[in-house]
Design a binder for this molecule. Structure first.
Ligand code: ACO
Ligand code: LMR
Length: 264
């Protein structure tokens, strides 16, 4: 009989062997002819299924809202310095991307993990936050450098507004809001940030859409898909910052001596 030589790679998300490439079985022509958007393409390539319109719209809103946040944040700063050092687009982009992590933009997965665990175990916000403090872990998704109780993050409000009118359930988001009420009683800047809003709302999307089994949700949270939303989104802004610096013909950046505390 036929013997199949063992393969070195297994791949399940796309196939380029036919007349046209397919994303999760959907041919490119259907993607274009049926008016799919970027949210649909992300659904196919990341989650291997078509998701309802309100889910793909939510994904697109996350991408649009996180595309940029000005030149002063870690990612843009690195990209600007790198572009001004004369480096190419890819180097400038990845230099900025490399700052995405537990403090900046990359707290979405951990926010989803901790909020899910605490909410599923019915911990009160007090028990959750004080438990984290005992372990010496900052609550992912809480806190911001410039946002505060009196200067809330518009992105968080927009995401919450969309979810409240389109999601069947916002249980995890409501839990995150209760956690925020508690952390705000401790300090003014301990708001629910955009990472925490996306992390908690994506849990609601996964649970409420009826498109994922409990096991699949656990796997998505455990592997950590959600920081991908910020990485993808912010790449748009970082590429823009690279072009901006090149267009402005900015010289090599050198940080001013006056802004460094030289001390022994
Ligand atoms: N959970 C609990 N306590 C906190 C938290 C938190 N998430 N954030 C700050 N605090 C408290 C701590 O007591 C901290 O003191 P410590 O340094 O001894 O731990 C105190 O507030 C002072 O912290 P700040 O100086 O106000 O915080 P900072 O401005 O340095 O940090 C940051 C802001 C990095 C966002 C922080 O709040 C944090 O680590 N949050 C969790 C990670 C996170 O969600 N990051 C995503 C931010 S949104 C984005 O990047 C797009
Ligand atoms: C961002 O999206 O880059 C910001 O929330 C981070 C910041 O410190 O402003």
């Amino acid at each position: 009989g036929k013997v199949r030589a063992p393969t070195h790679i297994i791949s399940t998300i796309s196939d380029d062997r036919g007349d046209e490439p397919c994303y999760a079985g959907v041919p490119m022509s259907s993607i274009i002819e049926q008016g799919y958007g970027v949210g649909d393409v992300i659904s196919l390539l990341w989650f291997k299924r078509s998701l309802p319109r309100y889910c793909t719209k939510f994904i697109e809103i996350c991408i649009m809202l996180c595309a940029d946040h000005g030149p002063c944040v870690s990612g843009a700063h690195n990209t600007i310095v790198t572009a001004r050092a004369g480096k190419d687009l890819v180097s400038s982009l990845v230099s900025g991307l490399l700052t995405i992590g537990p403090r900046f933009g990359g707290a979405i997965d951990d926010a989803a993990r901790y909020f899910k665990d605490a909410c599923d175990r019915n911990l009160t916000p007090y028990e959750f936050v004080e438990g984290m403090k005992k372990k010496g872990i900052r609550v992912p998704g809480i806190g911001h450098r410039i946002k505060s109780r009196d200067n809330r993050d518009k992105r968080v409000e927009l995401l919450q507004k969309f979810a409240r009118s389109n999601f069947p359930t916002v249980k995890y988001m409501e839990y995150a809001v209760q956690v925020e009420s508690y952390t705000l009683s401790k300090a003014n800047n301990l708001v629910l940030n955009v990472d925490g809003a996306i992390g908690s709302l994506f849990l609601d999307l996964l649970a409420g859409s009826g498109m994922f089994t409990k096991q699949e949700i656990d796997e998505i949270v455990q592997i950590g898909y959600l920081n991908g939303l910020f990485v993808l989104a912010r790449s748009i802004g970082l590429i823009g910052h690279t072009f901006d610096q090149k267009r402005l013909k900015q010289p090599l950046y050198r940080h001013p001596w006056e802004d460094v505390l030289y001390t022994k």
